[in-house]
Write a protein that binds this ligand. Sequence first.
Ligand SMILES: Cc1cc2nc3c(=O)[nH]c(=O)nc-3n(C[C@H](O)[C@H](O)[C@H](O)COP(=O)(O)OP(=O)(O)OC[C@H]3O[C@@H](n4cnc5c(N)ncnc54)[C@H](O)[C@@H]3O)c2cc1C
Length: 484
Amino acid sequence: MERERLVETMRGILGPEGVISEREELRTYECDGLMNYRVIPDLVVLPETAEQVQRVVRVCYEEGIPFVARGSGTGLSGGALPVESGILIVTSRMRRILEVDIPNQRVVVEPGVINLWITEAVSGEGYYYAPDPASQVVCSIGGNVAENSGGVHCLKYGFTTNHVTGAEVVLPDGSVVHLGGGKAPDAPGYDLLGAFVGSEGTLGIATRITVRVCRKPEAVKTLLAAFEDTEAAGGAVSGIIGAGIVPAAVEMMDRLTIEAVEVAVHPNYPDAGAILIVELDGPEAEVESQFEQVIGICKQNRATEVRVAGSDAERALFWKGRKAAFAAMGRISNDYYVQDSVVPRTELSAVLKKISELSGRYGLRVANVFHAGDGNLHPLVLYDNNVPGEAEKAEELAGEIVFACLEHGGSLTGEHGIGEDKKKYMPKMFTAEDLDVMQLLRCAFDPHQICNPGKIFPTPRLCGERPGPFRMHPVQKAGLAELF
Ligand SMILES: Cc1cc2nc3c(=O)[nH]c(=O)nc-3n(C[C@H](O)[C@H](O)[C@H](O)COP(=O)(O)OP(=O)(O)OC[C@H]3O[C@@H](n4cnc5c(N)ncnc54)[C@H](O)[C@@H]3O)c2cc1C
């Protein structure tokens, strides 16, 4: 379909204010939170209803136009990066909380609803929504579902996938399916909802999402412990978990991060090589006794100072620096690249040592701020884009960190997804057969590869796009799967 007619068709579906077609305005959507990759989409549409999403997708399907869903655009792996000749479907006008059902501990929302709004909607009833990415004041639930997002409290409460119980999804052919349960938290049959959560917008567009909300704990206690280095802090983390305590959160920041957040938001952290924030929640008596144990373990591991939050305000101050850590890097470096990989907790200290060695070898500073409790690392590689070649060097160093994590039994990504950014590393973790099987799943939803194409997988494979001489996959040979 030629562009003018496409714009008219979309205006017919969404009204003039629901279609952005001017190049200068389209530029706003050229990247997500990862600014290394930029593509200006051909067209941006802003539906207000599921029916409008369905009608837009149907046009895309009939005309063979690729499309990409976008929530708030805070993703850090280029997942919402547009396709040049495609349509970007932005859900930011789909922001209604449709149902608050406290007796069944569930809330039904549209995909553009901001993460924090769910907690705000139920906090008066003594409930909250547990997955809390540091971006919770801006990121959308649709984006959280697509990325299976985490957050500081996921060590104890689990990731988005543990809190989403149902979704209405517009499939790439424009049909609508309901995945997962209704009022009951579980449903029989294949766990297609489980496959959809974390599929990074490649299987369809969620237009309605049901989440579980949790009762607020009776007590919450938070401490901040300072250490000479990350190794000592890591020892305390192992000690806490080894004692059978599952904190609500265990976050670590190294010296460089502490320096950056002090300049940016003044949380008045101690002068230290590493800081841990440990939060316990649950029944009052349990929290009290375990909290004393945690203080003891920090001291045994050479904590130089332990501060206990005496009020909500002090607790908020402890968290202020952690939540602002990514943004604060701008105070000490022109540019930075956020890496995201995960390692077994027991390998943290070895991997941090390796990161420091790589930092020295490449001559670039690396700041570490991460979810220490679940081994989820977020090394921030600092560089200056004005220095020729430094951006490339930073990317190479970030890649070496990924390889180090894999060597230590970790994974390519902790919570930010593969997207555009890490697809090149997929063969480092998965065999060609693994990747083909994943593609077969994708093909079952999207045989024409129009739904967020080019993401996650390193090269086009299957769906008739396989480069080189075609070889049948063993599962196809066995007649167990079909190549579309
Ligand atoms: C400062 C900062 C801190 C962050 N902290 C964390 C953190 O602690 N933990 C964490 O996990 N992440 C974190 N992130 C990353 C990011 O916020 C999450 O990945 C978030 O889930 C993205 O949501 P979004 O609405 O911005 O999605 P987008 O960036 O708009 O999209 C992300 C992906 O979701 C897909 N998508 C969006 N909406 C839909 C839909 N309705 N249906 C299907 N697919 C859809 C897109 O195609 C894309 O692939 C952080 C980001 C920033 C900038």
